[in-house]
Design a protein around this ligand. Structure first.
Ligand code: SAM
Length: 365
């Protein structure tokens, strides 16, 4: 018997359905993809609809030579390093968020698979519906543990790439600056040289610190020098940078040697104006003048910024050139009221934070 549309419905302008019928075979394939990707079936259905809608051109503006949906779903394996910024979710770029959502798999480095790493925390803040898989990393340089972990991570990535997936790997800051991503990318490139490796830039801790402290980093002919200062680094490199008054110096990885770093800056008459930003945008963040906190080491996630010494036209020398008044002690995203050093610090990038730490920060701010 033919189906008769009731008269009232014939005049209805449109029918909006939010439930869909999926044939059994498609359901089974959907379940398999969900299992493999760690996402729920509902997430995958939403993602597919988003892709369809995003791919739809503005009516009449584009002549289609190929169905954009088909084109987008053709497997194009790639490894993408995503810069998540230093910690504040507000500093994650729109492009990084888009990549998080369009990747088939999102991996995050982790030194302890039972705890959440900092980059993963940021993903939860900016894209809570995206499932993140932790990949074990060993931060201690030297010894076989680090390279075994790296090999295992690369092989895991390769399996996903061979299945045609776009694999995203999240890192703090920028993926091209002292990042776990570059080591992983090298291993993957050695195994699958034909697979594209891309990166999406991220805001770096020193940029965040310059903004928070109101520091003009470089101007005119001044130079910017980024110096790693972990244990074992050549002391002479920092001394040489400090000897050049026209150089702005960013010191990374030097938190554990803060007293020594401060001493070296003092020797070169560069301590005045140097600012420390620790755990920027993360629980326990603080910002302070280096001279005020150099009696003890800071955490690994600490950055020191030393502005150039600027000579003004009237001969005045400015050793702490600030754009605005320094906000040391209150601008780092939630330091304690007394500027106290946070307890229970995680030692290394990609450091771990116990679940709930972010909640505590929110409650405190
Ligand atoms: C292994 S490097 C990672 C750098 C990162 N890829 C970037 O682009 O900023 C780790 C160093 O970055 C700096 N750093 C990263 N995140 C930071 C944060 N939230 N607060 C302060 N310093 C940070 C610290 O100097 C730390 O020792």
């Amino acid at each position: 018997m033919p189906y008769v549309v009731p008269y009232a419905n014939r005049t209805a302008p449109s029918v909006k359905k939010t439930s869909v019928y999926l044939p059994e075979a498609l359901k089974a394939r959907l379940a398999a993809v969900a299992m493999r990707s760690g996402r729920s079936e509902a997430q995958l259905v939403r993602l597919a609809v988003e892709r369809l809608v995003d791919a739809e051109p503005v009516r009449g503006s584009v002549v289609r030579t190929e169905d954009p949906v088909v084109r987008r779903h053709r497997p194009e394996p790639a490894l993408v390093g995503l810069g998540m910024g230093p910690g504040d979710p507000g500093l994650v770029t729109a492009r990084t968020v888009a990549e998080l959502r369009s990747a088939d798999r999102v991996l995050a480095p982790s030194t302890d698979l039972a705890s959440i790493g900092r980059a993963e925390i940021i993903v939860r803040e900016v894209a809570p519906d995206v499932a993140v898989e932790r990949v074990g990393f060993v931060m201690e340089v030297g010894g076989g543990a680090r390279s075994s972990a790296l090999t295992a991570a690369a092989e895991r990535v390769v399996v996903a790439l061979d299945a045609g997936e776009r694999v995203a790997f999240v890192t703090l800051g920028d993926p091209n600056v002292y990042s776990t991503f570059s080591c992983l990318a090298e291993e993957v490139r050695a195994r699958r040289p034909e697979v594209p490796i891309e990166t999406v830039p991220g805001i770096m801790a020193f940029q965040d610190l310059a903004a928070r402290s109101g520091t003009v980093l470089v101007d005119g002919d001044e130079r910017l020098v980024l110096v790693p200062a972990r244990a074992g680094s050549d002391r002479g490199v920092l001394a040489a940078a400090a000897a050049d008054p026209t150089a702005a110096i960013v010191i990374y990885k030097g938190g554990g040697r803060l007293p020594e770093v401060a001493g070296l800056l003092a020797e070169a008459d560069r301590l005045d104006g140097a600012v420390l930003g620790e755990l920027l945008g993360l629980p326990g963040a603080r910002m302070a003048a280096v001279a005020d906190v150099a009696d003890r080491p800071a955490t690994y996630l600490a950055t020191v910024l030393v502005p150039p010494v600027r000579r003004h036209a009237d001969g005045r020398v400015d050793r702490s050139p600030r754009q605005t008044a320094a906000r040391a002690g209150r601008g780092a995203g939630g330091p304690g009221p007394d500027g106290a050093r946070p307890a229970g610090e995680a030692p290394d990038e990609p450091g771990q934070v116990q679940p709930g730490a972010r909640r505590r920060r929110r409650a405190a701010s």
